[in-house]
Design a protein around this ligand. Structure first.
Ligand code: DON
Length: 595
């Protein structure tokens, strides 16, 4: 550097300094001064597909924050991950921004014309698939309102700019991933003759689908309108008109008034201390945060029992199944939209309550479901991503259409799929939904009410610094998967990559003896045989549950990130150079970077 040499050779530098030759001292001084900022700030992403990952990384590299990256990514996934990424669905964001923790609820709401028994026939029986397929299964979408709201408060890059990658991918097409092709082909049979799904996604069924770009021109036009007019278009404008016209064609309930009245809602996140960390996660209308607090709390209350229960042993799986039974019993009874029912949140997560509840488990045998009362007085897709920017801001975002490709209805002229989130309501007390979970009255249908969710976008803090960002799809297996991933990392010392790849299992009260195990990776043979001998029915699930996306701060203060091998995601850790010092783009790598 000629300027540095010139300064170092200046007359003032001719005297010895601290016993060092002046030139050496000067060189060291400038090295420290200049090199320190050049080290850059580490950032990390864990995103469910490579298009989303590319865009998230690019936004962060161009100086956008985690919120900018999340908005751009969510719109991209609406194009490239149509089985779950969406404009026609809803979700939740858990956010850490400059020391503040917030939670944004952009869950779908029941249409104004919805009613408690809308999916029952004259005899009071559930009409098969009525809350799952077709127009009447859709709740009022929240995604566009949610992304707009989080960007309005925290974004730093222009909204319009952030939508450009999604518009380009929809207009020009992208080469579909084999997993997307497979899932689309599986969906054809479900919707055949019932919705217009094949009209829009039929080309993914062709034999050369994996070689052909898949453009979605109507979706590109809709995204362009949203880029220009934001939620005004979606809830009041041309897109609203197209959506309501689609409802009229198929006997759906969503009206102009429903769209006009929709709001994303800021709620206090659920926060509690766990082993010196603060967990920040989803409050109702998700059951996820309460369930996660109960799972972790009861496991800690049973620490003595877990000492004799090695990882994935029969005892380990049984104890966790017993805990899960109690969590699902509470979920079914107490949880629903807090704007409609009083949810006893603090009672449900109180340490004394969890202590007492944990002592009710049966250590030796399977508790039968009728004996487990509430304690106080899916191919199925959702998608999650985790982003941590160079300034330490984090976004944990889960959003969904509920089932894979939602209700299978594409809004004609607008090119996006609608959700079948209405199925997350308890359509009739005791009747299981798509995920086999039941509910009572707290989660019954009412106009404008939000259906109970299991989504658990979570952030882990220590002394105000983000230590972890994680979440996953998986319906009712979401919070048991988040729980097992945390336990894998904190109790079993696994790295993020090991923790997401490990086998996962799940029990949910009903059927009382069923334990499902992830499709990719089974429990050890011995454990399975012993669980069966105890009376459990241990089955590998027909659909893979979970696509965990984790960012973790390592013991040395670096970052590591992992995308679940069950999905098609990518995790990247990279250094962000200060703006002035960004000569060449450093390459990202799926590795650990020390801060
Ligand atoms: O909100 C919920 O809990 C469900 N609608 C999520 C669906 C889901 O995770 C599907 N993915 N496998």
């Amino acid at each position: 550097m000629p300027e540095v040499r010139a300064v170092c050779e200046h007359d003032v530098m001719k005297r010895p300094l601290f016993g060092l030759s002046p030139l050496l001292f000067c060189a060291l001084f400038f090295h420290v001064l200049l090199a320190a900022p050049l080290r850059g700030a580490p950032a990390a992403i864990a995103i469910p597909d490579d298009h989303g990952a590319e865009v998230a990384e690019a936004v962060l590299r161009e100086g956008g924050n985690a919120i900018d990256a999340a908005v751009a990514t969510a719109f991209v996934l609406a194009v490239t991950y149509p089985e779950a990424g969406n404009l026609g669905g809803g979700g939740f964001i858990t956010l850490h921004h400059q020391g503040t923790d917030r939670f944004l609820d952009f869950r779908e709401a029941a249409p104004g014309r919805a009613s408690r028994d809308m999916y029952l026939n004259a005899q009071g029986n559930y009409i098969t698939d009525s809350s799952l397929i077709g127009h009447r299964a859709a709740g009022v979408p929240g995604t566009v309102a949610g992304l707009w709201e989080v960007h309005r408060q925290y974004g730093t890059r222009p909204w319009k700019t952030l939508l450009q990658p999604a518009i380009r991918l929809a207009r020009d097409g992208f080469v579909p991933h084999p997993q997307l092709i497979e899932r689309t082909r599986e969906a054809f049979a479900d919707y055949e003759g019932k919705t217009n799904f094949r009209e829009y996604f039929g080309s993914l069924g062709q034999s050369n689908a994996a070689q052909q770009p898949f453009p979605q021109p109507e979706l590109a036009t809709t995204l362009q309108r949203i880029a220009e007019r934001g939620p005004k278009d979606f809830y009041h404008g041309r897109t609203a008109d197209l959506l309501v016209a689609e409802m009229r064609r198929g006997g759906g309930l969503i009206s102009h008034e429903d769209l006009r009245n929709y709001r994303a809602i800021w709620r206090a996140p659920l926060q509690w201390s766990w082993r010196g960390y603060t967990l920040v996660t989803a409050p109702p209308p998700s059951s996820g945060g309460i369930a996660l607090a109960q799972l972790l709390g009861m496991k800690d209350a049973l620490a003595a029992d877990f000492k004799d229960a090695p990882y994935l042993s029969t005892r380990y799986v049984h104890l966790i199944a017993e805990i899960e039974k109690r969590v699902f019993a509470d979920r079914a009874e107490y949880l629903g939209d807090p704007d409609f029912v009083t949810v006893p949140v603090s009672e449900l997560v109180a340490p004394q309550y969890l202590q007492r509840r944990a002592q009710q488990i049966n250590r030796a045998a399977i508790s039968s479901p009728p004996g487990v009362k509430p304690g106080l007085a899916e191919s199925l897709q959702t998608t999650h991503f985790s982003i941590l920017d160079g300034a330490g801001n984090a976004v944990s975002l889960t959003y969904t259409l509920n089932g894979s490709f939602g209700n299978g209805v594409v809004v004609r002229g607008a090119g996006f799929l609608l959700n079948n989130e209405m199925d997350d309501f308890s359509v009739k007390p005791g009747v299981p939904n798509l995920y086999g979970v039941v509910g009572a009255t707290a989660n019954e249908i009412a106009p404008r009410k939000r259906m109970l969710s299991s989504m658990t976008p979570t952030i882990l803090l220590k002394d105000g610094v983000v230590q972890g960002v994680l979440g996953t799809p998986g319906g009712s297996t979401i919070f048991t998967s988040v729980f097992q991933t945390l336990v894998n990392m904190f109790d079993h010392g696994m790295t993020a990559a090991e923790a997401v790849s490990a086998p996962r299992f799940h029990h949910q009260l009903l059927p009382g003896t069923l334990i499902i195990v992830s499709r990719c990776c089974n429990l050890p043979d011995k454990t399975r045989a012993e669980l069966v001998a105890m009376g459990y029915d241990v089955r590998q699930n027909s659909w893979e549950f979970g696509d965990m996306q984790v960012i973790q701060r390592t013991a040395d203060g670096g970052l590591t990130a992992a995308a679940d091998p069950r999905g098609r995601g990518q995790a990247r850790v990279f250094e962000l150079m200060p703006r002035a010092a960004r000569p060449a783009e450093p390459r990202s790598r799926p590795a650990t970077v020390a801060e």
